[in-house]
Design a protein around this ligand. Sequence first.
Ligand code: ADP
Ligand code: MG
Length: 598
Amino acid sequence: MKALFSLNKYLWKYRWRLLLGIAFVTVSKIFSIYPVQAIGKAFDAVGDSIKIYKAMSPGLEQDAFYNTITDQIVMYSLIVFGFAILTGIFLFFTRMTIIVMSRLIEYDIKNDIFIHYQVLNTSFYKKNNTGDLMNRISEDVSRVRMYFGPAIMYTINLVVLFALVISTMIEVNAMLTLYVLLPLPFLSVIIYYVSHIINKKSERVQFHLSQISTFVQEAFSGIRVIKAYNQQHSKEVFFEKELVDYRNISLELVKTNALFMPMMTLLIGLSTIITIYVGGKLAISGEITMGNIAEFVIYVNMLTWPVASLGWVTSLVQRAAASQERINEFLHSVPEISNTNNDEIEISGKIEFKDVQFTYPGTNATILDGVSFTIQPGESLAIIGRTGSGKSTIASLLTRLYDVTNGCIEVDGIDVRKINLNILRKSIGYVPQEVFLFSETIANNIAFGQRDLKVSRAVIEEAAKNAEVYENILDFPNRFDTKVGERGITLSGGQKQRISIARAIIGKPSILVFDDCLSAVDTETEKKIISNLKTVMENRSTIIISHRISSVTHCDKIIVLDEGKIVESGNHDSLLKQSGIYAELYQKQLLEEVSIEV
Ligand SMILES: Nc1ncnc2c1ncn2[C@@H]1O[C@H](COP(=O)(O)OP(=O)(O)O)[C@@H](O)[C@H]1O
Ligand SMILES: [Mg+2]
């Protein structure tokens, strides 16, 4: 329950709405009590009048009396009708305040969660799977909303109704009240257990449902592989099995739900019988009137739902507390890498790795071991090495997606951990190895990092030209306004890489990092891009990570990385003279290129 305390700030924010809601509930309940009393009075009045009517001798006077009885009935009906309308109006206002409040809070919580998601580090995303994160922002939040909406509304409803109805009932007859209320606590407890079972089962249904959608989603995106390997049948079998599980648990849920209403009705019936039996005896002894019995029957029906909802609300609150605990657990997790400095500085681009050692959080292997190098402003450095040698890790450390384990990285002579993180990241144009494009237009994808600057179309086009993707874009149906991804065009790996390059160079950052971003581009295009980049890279420090030597021969410095250590360094010519790994790789790739061209 403690988890829910953290939500009080939202209640405080919407306190006026909540108070108004409470006022509306109270008024609507008061209006719903009056017609019941009217019905009781109508019963008694009509009963008395009929006795008088029968005692009268037939004639004009009796006919006139008959008319007054009908007038009375019409009057009571109008009273009941009028109050029903008033009750309805205020019920509408109640929902419009309290349920609206819960939706507003839901909106606030979702925003808070999303903002926090974006602050958390890459290592957080490695630990938690996407489905789980999605659940917190959708499922868990909607459960918490149930606490703010229905749970609060029904609780206020119950309190107000109890206070009003029970005091009215006791005024009529205390003993009858006691008897009539007797079954209600049982009802509440039963409902609590039944809703518990229903919730458990719904959760299982939900779980199976999300498994099925994950499966279907994967089948759609992997449809080409499935067809190519002729695995349609095995997928069908698997899907059917999942579906059978889903059907069975759904049917169980239906069974429990089906038992729920009859049970409720049975218990309400029990209360009604007690009312009539005990009330009848009291009426015979003259302690209460017939009208009182009618009144009580209605009171019992009025109380049953709120009392039943008490059990339901309890389980709602429990679920909300569990969900909020999950949300808090992550809202309270502090990002290890955060901005500690807001100094606005200009970065000129000197980069220095000083004896950097690195192990990924939660693992044991040392990925980088004693890596040191210096890049002067405007210089270019190439990193060559086998897959898994730690090249991409170097890029992640420079952009502070992770922090070093030992040693330090300096930019312009300052430890990166002390530089304003926003400035640092803004000053680095980073093309990650795994290209990611958003389902937006190509223009928006290229201008992605410059959102707050509003770049012109001409600037976007220039970036595209330098990345050698301009001609390709012109071939697309809507050119720069062509949508990428799901509901748009599918790009080839090389096109994606080049759009990603355009995205990095458009802001003219003082540092550029290209992580194997030419791997899916043919050698001819590669040559063109490199010659364009030479102009772009002028006066900018550049790190080019590659496994292809042809992309790096022009670089000022080249280091060869192997199992996290720098094993060779120099420039193209000096490395060739060393006749080591670099020279060997160069010979091999030269041969490959020749054989492709032949
Ligand atoms: N997020 C991560 N968590 C744990 N280990 C990782 C992670 N990313 C990469 N590694 C490991 O670090 C090593 C170096 O990876 P990486 O820098 O991507 O190499 P390269 O870019 O040279 O191919 C590999 O052995 C890889 O398995
Ligand atoms: Mg890599």
